[in-house]
Design a protein around this ligand. Structure first.
Ligand code: AMP
Ligand code: ZN
Length: 499
């Protein structure tokens, strides 16, 4: 099965296969590390994670590069305001970004690259553009891209810039949606600003040149796929194409994937509207990282995701339901069954598992339809639970069901309960940042277990194990883990400790 993915450049679903016949080379625009990531950012990174996991599921090796923008207008401004270097300013946010990715189980790209570590290569690209007649230096020493030298400008965003004013310039990284201007490749140093002394003068790179440089450095001048949120189509990605193709005279990325924006309660997320959430905000409200992952990936990437707390509650129970189902499968002592009388049922369950797997792959191969992929697995859960409830589920059927479930989890990754750690880290952050007031009382209650209550649960778990009720025993272990209590089993019984 081959993945068919919408390509913003061609405006249709195109097959995504490695052009070198080996590995799929993809570049995703990473974060600008000037603040904590919000759930809109993570929707995009999670959908790119779904893409890379789907490719792997379909047997396509992936070479994924992501940049960290650690120099830009905002970072420079904020660092200057605090009287520290941009490195000192951005390092904690970069660290927080990695922690958040880990909490959400976003797989690390094969290569993570920082803008500030590639300045000489960016300078070379500007020089190459100048030699090709596509870049010029302005009076203040800044370098600009000459839009009139690239007639194909607008081919990604499908905007018609034929009537544009020649020579009009903009030195901002982001600008008005419909204005095409010669944009800054290299910004001359202003007094007091972070800058590098280079062959094209003292200054710093524009945002767009960073991504052209780093993607081509690690993936080659032409590669398979470039991805980001929909806001990057114009000007960022349009500008990347102009820069890269003017320098190399080769097609840049073949395929462009853009994730639609996340809205909160139907509105654009913004701090002033009071509907702006970082991952940490949600963890402090008591939501689990797995549920947030589930909520952010369940709506296919080309649909607008309207984030609501009802939706998050639904994702919480969906995760719970799947975990309980998985526990039930692996911890129940399923009957052998009489081969003659149960052959028909066994076949029905195995067929249901096969169908679920096929539908799951087919849905993901169809432009990453995560909603349908998820539904295929829930259909299976329902069918198997019904059989099990009437005593019609047998041991030999379990592997096929587990296989379907594992396939699902290779993309969704929510079965293993590792939710305690991100919550613990969020609480640590709340303490350091003086945000204790933002911790939900329910979360505190959940976390504040007395020693007696723990003893009682540990005893209940021992009884459950004796009765071979492993599902309940595991549930108690997880419940305690969530509150930072670990159980260690030994031949003298179970011991517990707080983490
Ligand atoms: P930034 O750190 O602002 O450069 O953004 C990092 C990534 O998040 C980019 O791919 C953006 O397109 C994406 N992004 C920003 N806001 C949202 C949103 N509300 N919904 C989805 N993706 C977003
Ligand atoms: Zn970029």
């Amino acid at each position: 099965m081959t993945l068919r993915l919408f390509n913003t450049l061609t405006g249709q679903l195109d097959e995504l296969v490695p052009m070198d016949g080996k590995a799929l080379r993809m570049y995703a625009c990473g974060p600008t590390v000037y603040d904590y990531g919000h759930i809109g950012n993570f929707r995009t990174f999670l959908q790119i994670d779904v893409l890379r996991r789907t490719l792997k599921l379909l047997g396509v090796p992936v070479r994924h590069v992501m940049n960290i923008t650690d120099v830009d207008d905002k970072i420079i401004r904020n660092a200057a305001a605090q009287g520290i270097t941009i490195g000192q300013y951005s390092a904690p946010f970069e660290q927080a970004f990695f922690e958040d990715l880990e909490a959400l189980k976003v797989q690390r790209p094969e290569q993570l690259v920082r803008a500030t570590e590639h300045i000489p290569r960016m300078v070379e690209l500007v020089q190459r553009l100048a030699a090709a007649g596509a870049a010029y230096q302005a009076e203040d020493g800044s370098w600009y891209f000459r839009l009139s030298s690239f007639p194909e400008y607008g081919k990604l965003s499908k905007k018609d810039f034929s009537g544009m004013e020649d020579g009009a310039r903009v030195d901002l990284d982001e600008y008005e949606k419909d204005s095409a201007r010669d944009f800054a490749l290299w910004k001359a140093a202003k007094p007091g600003e972070t800058s590098w002394d280079t062959a094209i003068g003292r200054g710093r790179p524009g945002w767009h040149i960073e991504c052209s440089t780093m993607s081509m450095e690690y993936l080659g001048e032409s590669f398979d796929l470039h991805a980001g949120g929909e806001d990057l189509i114009f000007p960022h990605h349009e500008n990347e194409i102009a820069q890269s193709e003017s320098a190399t005279r080769k097609p840049f990325a073949r395929h462009w994937m853009h994730v639609r924006f996340l809205l909160v309660d139907g509105r654009k997320m913004s701090k002033s509207e009071g509907n702006f959430y970082t991952l940490r905000d949600l963890l402090l409200k008591g939501y689990k990282a797995s549920a947030i992952r589930m909520a952010l990936i369940s709506v296919p990437y080309r649909h607008q995701l309207n984030f609501t707390f009802d939706g998050l509650a639904e994702a919480t129970s969906a995760v719970e339901r799947l975990r309980t189902f998985h526990q039930r499968l692996i911890s129940t002592n399923w009957p052998e069954g009489d081969t003659h009388s149960t052959a028909g049922d066994a076949q029905a369950v195995s067929e249901a598992a096969e169908t679920a797997k096929t539908k799951f792959r087919a849905a993901l191969s169809d432009d990453l339809n995560t909603a349908e992929a998820r539904a295929a697995i829930f259909d299976l859960v329902r069918a198997v639970n019904t059989q099990a409830d009437c005593g019609n589920l047998f041991r030999r059927e379990i592997p096929a069901i587990l296989d379907a479930l594992n396939q699902f989890d290779s993309v969704f990754d929510i079965l293993e309960d590792t939710d305690a750690e991100p919550t613990r880290r969020a609480l640590e952050y709340a303490e350091q940042a003086g945000r204790q007031a933002d911790v939900a009382p329910e979360l505190l209650a959940r976390l504040s277990l007395s020693d007696e209550a723990i003893e009682a649960l540990v005893a209940e778990r021992a009884t459950a194990k004796k009765q071979r009720n492993f599902a309940r025993a595991d549930q108690i272990r997880n419940q305690l883990a969530e509150k930072g209590v670990v159980i260690e089993d030994s031949k003298d019984g179970a011991r517990w400790k707080r983490k």
